[in-house]
Design a protein around this ligand. Structure first.
Ligand code: PRP
Length: 206
C-alpha cells in the first residue's frame, strides 16, 4: 500500500478532482462524510484525509509516503521531505495586510499577527525590521481590527476576507500553490511508483 495524505477543505476538493481525473482517486474522496481513511485495494493506494497544515507532518514522519500540501505550509515548517511537483492550483499569496489608512510607526517594533510566525519573522529579518509576533490559529483578520496587532501575515486568495474587513494588502511576500510531496525514505524504496504517480498527475493537469 502507498499511503497518501490529502488535505481536507477548500484545497481538498481540488486535489480530489485532480486525483480522480488522473485515475488515482477513489469514489469516496469527493464525498468522504466523516470517514478519514479510504483504501483502493486494486491500485494499492490508501488515502488519509487530514488538516491541510498537517499533511507535511504525516509525510515528513513517514506516516504517509506522499501527500499534497501548500507551499505556505512547507516554507513555514521547513520539513525534511521532497517536493516533487507544483500542481499549479490552490494559488494564493502570502501577504502583509493592514487596516485601510494604517501608517507604520518606525520608532517601535511592528506587531504582527499570523498563523505563519517563521515566514513572518524571516521576511521582516530580510528587511531588518524588528517585530513582535502574535501567533494565532485562524480568523487572523480580526487582530488589527481589535488593535491586537498592527498588521497580519496571512494568505490572500480572492481578497474577499480582507475587503469585507476593511483591510488592504501592503506587500506580497510569497507566491503559494499546492505541491506534491514525498517522504524521503519512501521515495528511496518506491521511486518508480512515486515518479509514475507524479507523471500521471502532471499529465492530468495538462
Ligand atoms: C484563509 C486565510 C484568510 C482567507 C483568505 O483562511 O487565513 O483568512 O482564507 O481567503 P480569501 O482571500 O479568498 O478571502 P481560512 O479560510 O483557511 O480560515 P481561517 O481563518 O480559519 O484560517
Amino acid at each position: 500500500m502507498l499511503n497518501i495524505a490529502l488535505p481536507k477543505g477548500r484545497l481538498g476538493d481540488k486535489v480530489a478532482a485532480l486525483f480522480d481525473s488522473a485515475g488515482l482517486g477513489c469514489a469516496q474522496l469527493s464525498d468522504p462524510g466523516r470517514k478519514l481513511v479510504f483504501e483502493d485495494t486494486g491500485q494499492g493506494l490508501r488515502y488519509m484525509l487530514v488538516k491541510p497544515s498537517d499533511v507535511a507532518i504525516y509525510v515528513a514522519h513517514g506516516a504517509a509516503d506522499v501527500g499534497v500540501a501548500g507551499k505556505d505550509v512547507l516554507v513555514e515548517g521547513n520539513y525534511d521531505l521532497y517536493e516533487l511537483l507544483d500542481l499549479g492550483f490552490g494559488r494564493c499569496d502570502m501577504c502583509i495586510a493592514a487596516k485601510n489608512g494604517y501608517v507604520e510607526d518606525p520608532t517601535r517594533p511592528v506587531r504582527v499577527a499570523t498563523k505563519f510566525p517563521n515566514i513572518a519573522s524571516a521576511y521582516y529579518r530580510s528587511i531588518n525590521r524588528e517585530i513582535e509576533v502574535i501567533k494565532l490559529n485562524g480568523s487572523i483578520e480580526i487582530a488589527p481590527l481589535l488593535g491586537l496587532s498592527d498588521v497580519i501575515v496571512d494568505i490572500v486568495e480572492t481578497g474577499a476576507t480582507l475587503k469585507e474587513n476593511d483591510l488592504r494588502v501592503c506587500e506580497k511576500i510569497l507566491p503559494v500553490s499546492a505541491r506534491l510531496i514525498a517522504n524521503k525514505a519512501s521515495y528511496r524504496f518506491a521511486a518508480d511508483r512515486i515518479d509514475r504517480m507524479s507523471q500521471t498527475l502532471k499529465g492530468a493537469l495538462q
